[in-house]
Design a binder for this molecule. Structure first.
Ligand code: TRP
Length: 326
């Protein structure tokens, strides 16, 4: 017996990197053992901050391929594209009537986005958390695994649910729990900022071994270690923090050899690249296999949408009934 339903959403950002993998995807995969999982590629949310219309279709397919190769099991897990189940937009409209406008404009996430792109403060951006709440409640979600940056949106969802159930005198919607999946922040190759595509400090899961090695060789290490003979400080080195994940058998040796200047940064990075490549080899083989059949990923997503629609239709019927829509 599974413990309930998990729902999570991620914007279609194309090929995923080590930060996405350690911070989210690994968790999505593990949760499948204990929960009925629904994982959604939120393309409508992506539209809220788009200046130029990037290739959403390509980015969706690349991300879905990464999820499948990493171990999402589409026979049990529902994996789909948000816009393929349009009931979410209808629920979004109904929920918006239960949402005080000031609550949306007070959210720290909204203020951040306004500061980032003051030229594009659109109506959809204000409603972003309402659409996210619709995602979550449409599938009668019990648990939402997200990072702490999303905590205010989950709290907002819980408030809408309480208001809706109270005002309609029904219990049509379920109040979800947040599951904080925060992994110690994965820094980019610059060793300073969070790994991300926009900063180009990322290492793609689907990169070739040579590309991976080239990226790893550019990584910033302990800035105090200027010469090969200087002792290093693993605790401030981002190469070392990745060794902790990818080199479980070498990590003690690297720690002591770095401190005693027994190993230099170049060799240390070569070892990291080798271990990342070994770790990702099964992922890359599986990804290539799935990608070789161009339609396969879209078939999976279409099938997921069909199964998601069945749940969505039921919830939406209850919601419409609760608000008295004829
Ligand atoms: N807002 C989330 C983010 O930026 C993405 C998202 C949309 C989401 N709908 C969701 C996450 C529903 C969890 C549940 O990361």
């Amino acid at each position: 017996m599974k413990k309930g339903r998990v729902f999570s959403g991620a914007r279609p950002t194309g090929r995923q990197h080590l930060g996405n993998y350690l911070g989210a995807i690994k968790n999505y995969v593990a949760l499948q053992d204990d929960y009925d999982c629904v994982y959604c590629i939120v393309d409508l949310h992506a539209l809220t901050t788009m200046d130029e219309f990037e290739d959403l279709r390509q980015n969706t397919a690349e991300m879905a391929l990464d999820w499948l190769a990493a171990g999402i099991r589409p026979a049990e897990t529902i994996m789909f594209v948000q816009s393929h189940v349009p009931q979410v937009t209808e629920l979004h409209t109904i929920l918006s009537m239960f949402t005080p406008l000031g609550k949306l404009t007070d959210l720290p996430t909204f203020k951040e986005k306004v500061a980032q792109s003051p030229h594009n403060v659109n109506y959809g951006l204000v409603g972003y958390p309402v659409l996210m709440a619709a995602d979550i409640v449409l599938y009668k979600t019990d648990v939402v695994p997200v990072g702490v940056d999303q905590a205010s949106h989950i709290e907002f969802t819980r408030e809408i649910v309480r208001t809706f159930n109270f005002r309609t005198k029904r219990q049509a919607l379920i109040e979800p729990q947040m599951k904080n999946t925060e992994y110690p922040k994965v820094l980019g190759t610059d060793g300073a900022q969070k790994m991300g595509k926009s900063l180009n400090n990322h290492i793609e899961l689907a990169a070739t071994p040579a590309e991976t090695q080239a990226k790893v060789m550019t990584m910033v290490t302990d800035p105090q270690r200027q010469r090969r003979t200087d002792p290093g400080r693993p605790e401030v080195c981002n190469v070392f923090s990745l060794h902790k994940t990818f080199s479980p058998n070498d990590v003690a040796m690297i720690d002591s050899q770095c401190r005693s200047a027994g190993i230099g940064c170049v060799d240390c990075k070569k070892l990291l690249a080798k271990n990342i490549n070994a770790h990702l080899e099964p992922f890359r083989a599986k990804r290539a296999e799935i990608a070789s059949d161009h339609q396969q990923v879209w078939n999976v997503l279409r099938d997921g949408a069909k199964r998601a629609t069945a749940i969505a239709e039921r919830t939406l019927a209850e919601v419409k009934d609760a608000v008295g829509l004829p």
